[in-house]
Design a protein around this ligand. Structure first.
Ligand SMILES: *Cc1c(COP(=O)(O)O)cnc(C)c1O
Length: 386
């Protein structure tokens, strides 16, 4: 008799992951400050977080969170459509719209909730979604939920996107062209001017996920400002959980699009509003991002020195990947760096395609040039042995 129990099912699934070097485990990790963490009894210099500006520890941001929590309590208590829309949201959304130069903005519970709520609202069964093959899991989840026909194009290849659009566009009602602004596992910028031109030519709506662009590229305003001319982008998604150091997701768009989202996006209406402290902290963080140009320039500067010292491709964001191939190699390299005192993420499938497992280095304004030099020295042997 095969074992049909739930635990038996879970055990077999876990064993299969283990055989492929894909089992993950949660390590208790305590942040000491913007650059150091304590994990499994060791203090490590971390290049594994997305708190690119160290704002999760900035006194003004922490104070804003505490003051709002004292005043409004720890939880929103209901969906924003019912009673969870505490007064801090309007200021946060106004600040987002002003930073991105859009008419309006709407804040969700998280970036993941934003994508799974908005994509199915903008595309349905009669429609087409054309998306970069390296798009994040929550963009895939949103696309799958939409019921639209989904076609992927080669990473950052506008000619490939054009070929898909030429073949498919005329058979569908609306078309959503989806990309990340800064790719989370590659660290490169999407060719937004070219994709914008394609969107115009093929009557498609261009939407970016700029989770890793806000606070880092385009003077902190994100990837739509990282090119010579600002790119016309009708739907810009992002998160408050990375460079802003808080939590929550957002869409910056026209007033009509934001109003539609407030009315109809399910993960907006059927999920509780963010804790007031989080909303206040995010507004304080955005104020810093909008005004402190020198701070905002640091993560990319650090990533550039690291990439240059190791003769890797010039960094375009705070993220530098080092592709090693097999999952086991990435895990071994991550362990070797941990032995040397550095915390670096080893990224394996399904986050990246099989055979492209990698180390992902994420740089922060809190890292000094000396931190970067020490990391470089520890990474060199891995690079030489590749
Ligand atoms: C982190 C991330 C998200 C999800 O954002 P959360 O606010 O953490 O849920 C979405 N898209 C990309 C590209 C990301 O890297």
């Amino acid at each position: 008799m095969p074992d049909r129990s739930l635990d038996g099912f879970a055990t077999r699934k876990l064993q299969a992951l283990e055989r492929r070097e894909l089992r993950r485990s949660l390590a208790g990790t305590e942040k000491i400050d913007g650059r150091r963490v304590r994990s499994q009894g060791r203090e490590l210099l971390s290049f594994a977080g997305n708190d690119y500006l160290g704002l999760s520890h900035r006194p003004e941001v922490v104070e804003a969170s505490l003051a709002a929590t004292r005043r409004y309590g720890t939880g929103a208590g209901a969906s924003r459509l019912i009673t969870g829309n505490h007064p801090l949201y309007a200021a946060l959304e106004a600040r987002l719209a002003s930073l991105k130069d859009t008419e309006d903005a709407v804040v969700f519970g998280s970036g993941y909730l934003t994508n799974v709520g908005v994509i199915p609202l903008l595309a349905g069964e009669a429609d087409l979604i054309v998306m970069d093959e390296s798009c994040h899991s929550c963009l895939l989840a949103g696309a799958a939920l939409s019921g639209a026909k989904v076609v992927h194009f080669n990473h950052n290849d506008p000619a490939a996107a054009a070929a898909v659009l030429a073949a498919e566009r005329s058979r569908h009602r609306h078309c959503l062209l989806l990309t990340e602004g800064v790719f989370s596992m590659e660290g490169d910028l999407a060719p937004l001017p070219e994709l914008g031109e394609l969107a115009g030519r093929f009557d498609a709506w261009l939407m970016t996920d700029d989770a890793h662009g806000l606070g880092v590229v385009g003077d902190g305003r994100g990837s739509s400002f990282a090119f010579d001319e600002p790119v016309d982008l009708p739907v810009q998604m992002g998160t408050l959980s990375k460079a802003a150091g808080c939590y929550g997701g957002y869409i910056c768009a026209s007033h009509q699009v934001c109003e539609l989202i407030r009315n109809r996006a399910r993960s907006f209406g059927f999920s509780t509003g963010l804790p007031p402290g989080t909303v206040a902290a995010a507004a304080a963080a955005l104020e810093i991002i909008a005004t402190e140009r020198d701070l905002v320039a640091l993560p990319v500067a650090r990533a550039r020195s690291f990439a240059a010292a190791l003769a890797l491709k010039p960094a375009q964001s705070a993220i530098v990947p080092l592709v090693l191939g097999p999952a086991a190699r990435a895990v071994e390299a991550g362990s070797a760096l941990r032995e040397a005192g550095f915390l670096v993420a080893a990224i394996r499938p399904p986050t990246v395609p099989a055979g492209t497992s990698r180390l992902r280095f994420a740089f922060s304004a809190e890292h000094s040039e000396r931190d970067v030099r020490e990391l470089t020295a520890a990474v060199r042997p891995i690079l030489d042995g590749r």
